[in-house]
Design a protein around this ligand. Structure first.
Ligand code: PEP
Ligand code: MG
Length: 755
């Protein structure tokens, strides 16, 4: 059996050789569908590697653990991956992979960028799907990089999620193999997705969505695409909607990295696909539907006027996913919004208007509300998914669901009106859609196993520290397992609001000591998990509307715009009683030896606020020589007067880009109507960040970011170039941000050597 085969040499009978993905690509080429060229490293090559390297026995023995115990599962993952990554690959296998890549480059006339994807296959059940459980490596170039990516794909067969899934589904690890598919990356000038039949009604109408640049923006829903419909019987374009396209993702031709940029003015309102491209695409969609015998969901790209089909998979319902007695679903989309937290879940709708309704939510129910509040977190923990009317990517529901690893769709505008109590729905938090009934997609199967906060076994060393954001003490272990360099933001308002009573309630009822103890208890969980790595705890930053629903919150003022109101440091300094209690909690933590706890002040806009806060800390007996005190830069005012803050004396600053962006651009972060305008990459926001980093660097003050943007690779890359000291990301983004940081630093070093 060969080690490598060209994609055009395989077909559907070759699933045991090249897995489902490889066979399907070969099959498409065979029926004349234009698929980017490439080859597969066969499943047998993987098998030969583990047998001939002599690691097979030890490998399978290491997987024999109780998978419901997270610790054992993660240990098994680490051991198995180490074996694969460190074993010697027989020379002939390595050479076959490298020389096939070189042949591919010769065929193309240049050293091509390729994607290396995993295509797993089970001996007993060749058509079993393991979609989404193994890794994909994009933008690989050069024989060594490709070989390395193939080995990483092999190792990803033993990711915790994949091990867990196989045991749960009764697959024998020894009978599951992996083929790695190496395929040229299309540098699409335009791209999109299409459905070979109308996805909600099943009518023979091809629905095409397209936008400029690479496909990410359409797939992720971050751009409104053009929409075209082709009637399959008359072969005519029957509908054409031209959207205003704001952003596009493009590939840097030298590095292969992708970046999101604004669409040039002359292309924003322009039609993306020509009529002949639309009709050609519709024809391919029809061919694919006929070939596979069911409606297809297809990704495509257009490069140099040539169409490429990148992926084709069945549209929706898989009968076996249905519970007895449940109606079959047509996959009808009920509402759409922003996919704020990835994953898929099916469950019954529970309409929640306040935290008083939370008891209604049983494990796995779908929580539907206008907007979540921090006092709703206990219900959010039980929810299978969360759907809101309001909000953008940095709203409360988005932040908390990502941390909890719970799928979420926010900013749908009408979820609480369209979705009815008890209705069975499927929420796709990746695509930002809610379907009627139970829709079991491949993504849903993949999301059946735990993902958020997966521990890592490999950590590149980076000069820029990579930290993690956390709001929930219950997620401290998962956050620490990312091996982050510390906690760049511990939000305490979620803990306080979850206690159900406002700080004033405690104070007025003689319960101040209990308030301090509760704070200490919660912060300690995180500080312990990270000790001695620093944990920057942010003082209370809850807007008045969030307090109002709580015991003691009855007298909270009604503000026109709570986001611009009495929150953060401004409240702490006018109502100093509870600030003093927070300070005494910090003092207690330090007395307990948790000297890694630092204090971060939110929403400052004038250096006198820092001065006053420090005076109170000293009055309460804090030794400012021994505890790090910093500010969040969340207002343009703080950024532009950073010199005054530096003169006042501070240990660090951290960019709260969720607020900094809303206050710089005048775009309410919670308002779905203006969500497309909310971009942390706006030149004005970047300029403020650059200015502060430069001033702080000169003064020896540490800089960091703890807004949502720190979790976006393109922002992370930009921040490394700007020279930030650390980046704090969400739990599920730490690993990818760390890789981005490592790569950006290396590139900068290489470039400086060339200069
Ligand atoms: C921010 O504003 O970026 C931030 C991290 O704080 P929050 O999201 O809690 O306002
Ligand atoms: Mg903020």
């Amino acid at each position: 059996m060969s080690t490598v085969v060209w994609l055009e040499e395989v077909g559907k009978e070759d699933i045991p050789v090249v897995g489902g993905k490889g066979a399907s690509l070969g099959e498409m080429i065979g029926i004349g569908v234009p698929v980017p060229g490439g080859f597969a490293v066969t499943a047998q090559a993987f098998r030969d590697f583990i047998e001939r390297a002599g690691i097979a026995q030890q490998l399978f023995a290491s997987l024999n653990v109780n998978v419901s115990n997270q610790e054992s599962l993660l240990k098994a993952e680490a051991q198995a991956k180490k074996l694969i990554m460190e074993a010697k690959v027989p020379h002939d296998i390595e050479e076959a992979i490298k020389s096939r890549y070189n042949e591919l480059c010769e065929r193309e006339g240049e050293q091509v960028f390729v994607a290396v994807r995993s295509s797993a296959t089970a001996e007993d059940l060749p058509d079993a799907s393991f979609a989404g459980q193994q890794e994909t490596y994009l933008n690989m170039r050069g024989a060594d990089a490709v070989f390395d990516a193939v080995r990483k794909c092999w190792a990803s067969l033993y990711g915790a999620r994949a091990i867990f899934y196989r045991v749960e589904q009764g697959f024998d690890h020894e009978k599951v193999n992996l083929s790695a598919i190496v395929q040229i990356m299309v540098d699409s000038e335009k791209s999109g997705v299409m459905f070979s039949s109308q996805p909600s009604t099943g009518q023979p109408v091809v629905v095409i969505e397209a936008a400029w640049g690479l496909g990410e923006t359409v797939v992720s829903g971050s751009v409104s695409p053009d929409n075209y419909e082709v009637d399959r019987s008359s072969r005519k374009i029957v509908n054409r909607y031209i959207a205003s396209k704001e952003i596009m993702t493009v590939r840097d031709r030298t590095t292969g990295e992708t970046v999101t940029i604004p669409v040039p003015a002359d292309k924003k309102e322009a039609v993306v696909l020509t009529d002949s491209e639309i009709l050609d695409l519709a024809r391919y969609a029809e061919v694919l539907e006929k070939h596979y015998g069911m409606p297809q969901d297809i990704e495509f790209g257009v490069q140099g006027g040539k169409i490429y089909i990148l992926q084709s998979r069945p549209i929706t319902t898989i009968a076996s996913g249905q519970k007895k007695g449940e109606p079959a679903s047509s996959g009808k989309i009920l509402i759409s919004g922003l996919g704020a937290s990835p994953g898929v879940a099916t469950g019954e709708v529970r309409l929640i208007s306040s935290s008083r309704d939370l008891d209604k939510i049983k494990q796995g129910d779908i929580m539907v509300t206008v907007m979540t509040m921090p006092d709703m977190v206990p219900g959010m923990r039980r929810a299978g998914a969360i759907v809101t009317d309001e909000g953008g990517m940095a709203c409360h529901a988005a932040i908390v669901s990502r941390e909890l690893g719970c799928p979420a769709v926010v900013g749908s505008k009408k979820a609480t009106k369209v979705l009815k109590e008890g209705m069975l729905v499927t929420v796709d938090g990746t695509k930002g859609q809610v379907y009627e009934g139970r829709v079991v997609t491949e993504a849903a199967k993949a999301s059946a196993a735990p993902t958020a906060g997966m521990a890592v076994s490999y950590k590149p060393i980076t000069a820029t520290e990579v930290k993690v954001n956390i709001s929930e003490p219950s997620r401290a272990q998962a956050a620490a397992a990312t091996l982050a360099d510390g906690v760049g933001l511990l939000r305490i308002e979620h803990m306080i609001l979850e206690m159900g009573k406002t700080p004033n309630y405690y104070i007025q009822n003689g319960l101040s000591e209990q308030y301090v103890d509760d704070l200490v208890k919660n912060i300690k969980v995180v500080a312990d998990a990270f000790f001695p790595r620093p944990v920057w705890v942010r003082t209370l930053d809850a807007p008045t509307d969030e307090f109002r629903a709580m015991q003691g919150g009855e007298g909270e003022p009604h503000e026109h715009n709570p986001m611009l109101g009495w929150r953060g440091i401004r409240r702490d300094l006018t109502e100093t009683d509870h600030f003093r209690l927070e300070v005494s909690a910090f003092k207690k933590l330090h007395q307990m030896g948790l000297t890694n706890v630092g204090i971060m002040l939110p929403l400052v806009q004038h250096f006198s606020e820092l001065r006053r806060a420090k005076e109170i800390m000293v009055q309460e007996g804090l030794d400012l020589e021994k505890i790090d005190v910093g500010i969040m830069v969340e207002t343009p005012a703080a950024a532009l007067t950073i010199d005054e803050f530096i003169d006042e004396g501070l240990d660090f600053v951290s960019f709260g880009t969720n607020d900094l962006t809303q206050y710089t651009l005048a775009v309410d972060r919670n308002n779905e109507n203006v969500a497309p305008l909310f971009t942390e990459l706006h030149p004005a926001v970047i300029k403020l960040i650059e200015y502060v980093v430069e001033r702080c660097r000169d003064a020896g003050v540490v800089t960091s970011i703890c807004g949502q943007a720190g979790s976006y690779p393109e922002m992370a890359k930009r921040l490394v170039e700007i020279g930030i000291s650390s980046i704090s990301a969400n739990i599920d983004a730490v690993a990818v941000v760390r890789e981005t940081v490592a790569r950006s630093e290396l590139r900068m070093m290489l470039e400086s050597l060339r200069e």
